[in-house]
Design a protein around this ligand. Structure first.
Ligand code: PLP
Length: 393
């Protein structure tokens, strides 16, 4: 017997991919076009200029038909040589994975250890850079928003640590779950290589990623010897689109042009303010559910580092977060993010980034509260009221 498909729209509260607005879906469905056609090239150039406005850079941009992992690989393969040392600031699953990729590419990865619930102590970053008097460290990698934990890393503090110690390392930052969600300024913050992807704040399908690259990084690229071809910036620079080895994903560019239009219509500041407003409501609900410590809690313990794009919720010992997710999905057609890495089964995540509004957040929170109740997970009822209070304040 076939199961009956749930009625109504799925409430998609994953921290990426995210909801794709109808107008972007429609833009993507336009017929194929030759990627060298003048009509497409005009779209392409507008997209590159728009993406640079969102990244707040006037420097270089390279794009890839690949998920974020491709742009991660491009950032390392284009800038370094086997045996180079990179300093990775620990944030959680995604900093660990980027470092693992570096090791696979032949790099020596050193880590500034950090508590996943509180984020790094910048004194430790400064100490690691100050101790490197021979400047062995060629790059510092920082994930602006750790999608696994809902803890944000203030990038200007990394720049300040590099400047305070006079360290010349390149500054690499991952903005995969923060671009278009949290403030970000590539040029003003002195970032040499920024990694971004299509499927989160940009509200597009998965499949396109990019790197913003500074003049300093492009200079460093010239002496990098890690083998590369598909991601090679020199190879790309000689092509008409100055990016992409191979066919350009034209449909995604139709979508990107519309995404940029939507963001600029709302204004980037308006988009960020909406993310803050919705994130505060989610945190108000979780703090209410926590009660006097007997219920579910915010995984992020550092008030200054809470993420405005994803909230990770920790269950009390002995309760299974995946059961809560399964109930939300099967009973209420709400999709929540799973716990990653050492947090598997212990947490679930609410993604509140991209194309979302107040009723979508409230519907998600109400479904989460029901799923907690059904699974007997301790919580103080009334989290949705707390969220409404926050949204109507
Ligand atoms: N970095 C961060 C912060 C992410 O959240 C993700 C994916 O969720 C990645 C990197 C990897 O990107 P992708 O899954 O698109 O390869």
């Amino acid at each position: 017997m076939n199961a009956i498909a749930p009625r109504g729209r799925m409430f998609f509260a994953n921290p990426g991919p995210t909801n794709i607005p109808d107008s972007i879906q429609h833009a993507i469905s336009r017929p194929s076009i030759d990627f060298n056609d003048a009509a497409f090239f005009a779209v392409y150039e507008r997209c590159v200029a728009g993406l640079k406005r969102i990244l707040k850079t006037e420097q270089h941009l390279f794009l890839y038909t690949a998920s974020g992992h491709g742009a991660w690989e491009a950032s390392m393969a284009n800038l370094f040589s086997a045996g180079d040392t990179l300093l990775v600031i620990e944030t959680g699953h995604f900093s660990e994975s980027w470092g693992k990729m570096g090791r696979a590419l032949g790099l020596k990865i050193e880590t500034v250890a950090a508590d996943w619930r509180n984020g790094v102590d910048f004194a430790a970053v400064r100490a690691a850079l100050a101790a490197d008097t021979e400047h062995r460290i060629k790059g510092v990698c920082a994930v602006q928003n750790e999608t696994a934990t809902g803890v944000m890393l203030p990038l200007p503090e990394v720049r300040a640590a590099l400047d305070a110690t006079g360290h010349p390392a390149l500054f690499l930052s991952d903005t995969i779950s923060s671009l278009g969600c949290l403030p970000f300024e590539m040029d003003a913050w002195g970032i040499d290589c920024v990694v971004g992807g299509s499927q989160k704040g940009l509200m597009l399908p998965t499949g396109m990623s990019f790197t913003g690259v500074s003049d300093k990084a492009l200079e460093a690229h010239k002496s990098s010897t890690i083998p590369k071809h598909y991601f090679d910036w020199t190879e790309m620079g000689g092509r008409r689109h100055k990016s992409f080895i191979g066919t350009v994903p034209t449909s995604l560019f139709y979508g990107l042009e519309e995404a940029i239009r939507l963001i600029e219509e709302e204004t980037l500041e308006g988009v960020l303010a909406r993310h803050t407003r919705l994130a505060k409501a989610v945190r108000a609900a979780v703090r209410h559910w926590a009660g006097n410590g007997e219920g579910v809690t915010l995984y992020c313990e550092n008030e200054d580092r809470v993420s405005d794009s994803v909230t990770t919720i920790l269950l009390p010992e002995g309760h299974d977060a995946d059961k809560v997710r399964a109930t939300a999905r099967s009973r209420f057609n709400v999709s929540l993010g799973a716990g990653l890495n050492k947090l598997a089964g212990k947490v679930f995540r609410i993604g509140h980034l991209g194309d979302l509004n107040e009723p979508m957040i409230l519907g998600t929170l109400a479904s989460v509260e029901m799923a907690l109740k059904i699974n007997g997970v301790p919580h103080r009822p009334g989290g949705v009221d707390a969220a409404m209070e926050s949204l109507s304040a």
